[in-house]
Design a protein around this ligand. Structure first.
Ligand code: 4FV
Length: 248
């Protein structure tokens, strides 16, 4: 029994094919740990031209997505808005709350999600008023569509499903898990471009390694994302050539 079912409503279902067959998401779907169904919004546009957009009331550039096909599709896939509906309906849009790791964990805890992908200038407000449970944004920039944000949600929640990541510990020790950025990481060779891997990482002293990693994570977070530490003001950007702290 798939633990999580995700339906996607989009004007470009063909965008999702390779994504749903590749890497972590592909394995999660293959293993039946996550079920994803992609739906073409035009299937709910019943006029001869299967129209899904129209000009904005009040004038202005671009087109707006019509309410009828969207609300009909949402209600067909998730039921009418209310406690009894079968899926939690999320619209990806720049007006949404910012998506973060905690938000992904919350979505991963649900049984069914319906991700609605906007296009054009956005959707008629009545779609939001009548059919959407939550609006989420992946960042303060404008994309051409909600498909890439929807993929970010799918991959983000799929990684949190039990059994998806080979080593569940990896999900626990990564960025944002402890509210910190992850510190520097190294692998072979021990010296590259004249730069050596910090000795402590090759010491075998797990306590010292853990202490070093925690300290570097705090330092990097304080410099790059003091907001994550609840500290005011962006830190000065780290110079391109590294911080210059002691590498010991
Ligand atoms: C977006 C974002 C985003 C805006 C107009 C789709 C586009 C078009 N979605 N986070 N940033 N959406 O830019 O989620 O409808």
């Amino acid at each position: 029994m798939a633990t999580l079912r995700i339906d996607v409503l989009t004007l470009f279902p063909e965008l999702f094919g390779p994504f749903l067959r590749t890497s972590v998401v592909g394995r999660a779907v293959e293993a039946g740990l996550v079920e994803v169904a992609v739906h073409d919004l035009r299937d709910w546009a019943h006029d001869r031209h299967r129209t899904v957009d129209d000009t904005p009331y009040g004038g202005g550039p671009g087109m707006v997505m019509k309410p009828e096909p969207l609300v009909e599709a949402i209600e067909a896939l998730a039921g009418a808005r209310g406690p009894g509906r079968s899926a939690h309906v999320v619209l990806l849009s720049p007006q949404g709350a910012r998506l973060d790791q905690a938000g992904l964990a919350r979505l991963a805890g649900r049984k069914r999600l319906l991700l609605v992908c906007g296009r054009y200038e956005g959707v008629d407000q009545r779609v939001i008023d009548l059919g959407i449970d939550e609006e989420l944004s992946i960042g303060d920039y404008v994309l051409a569509g909600g498909e890439v944000p929807a993929m970010a949600v799918i991959e983000g929640v799929a990684r949190l499903e039990p059994g998806v990541l080979g080593n569940p510990a990896s999900a626990g020790s990564e960025s944002f898990q402890a509210g910190l950025l992850e510190g520097p990481q190294y692998t072979r060779p021990p010296v590259f471009g004249g730069l050596a891997v910090p000795d402590v990482l090759r010491s075998g002293d797990h306590a010292a390694v853990a202490e070093w990693r925690a300290r570097r994570a705090r330092e990097l977070t304080r410099r790059r994302r003091p907001d994550l530490l609840g500290e005011a003001g962006p830190g000065s950007e780290e110079s391109a050539s590294g911080s210059g702290e002691d590498e010991s």
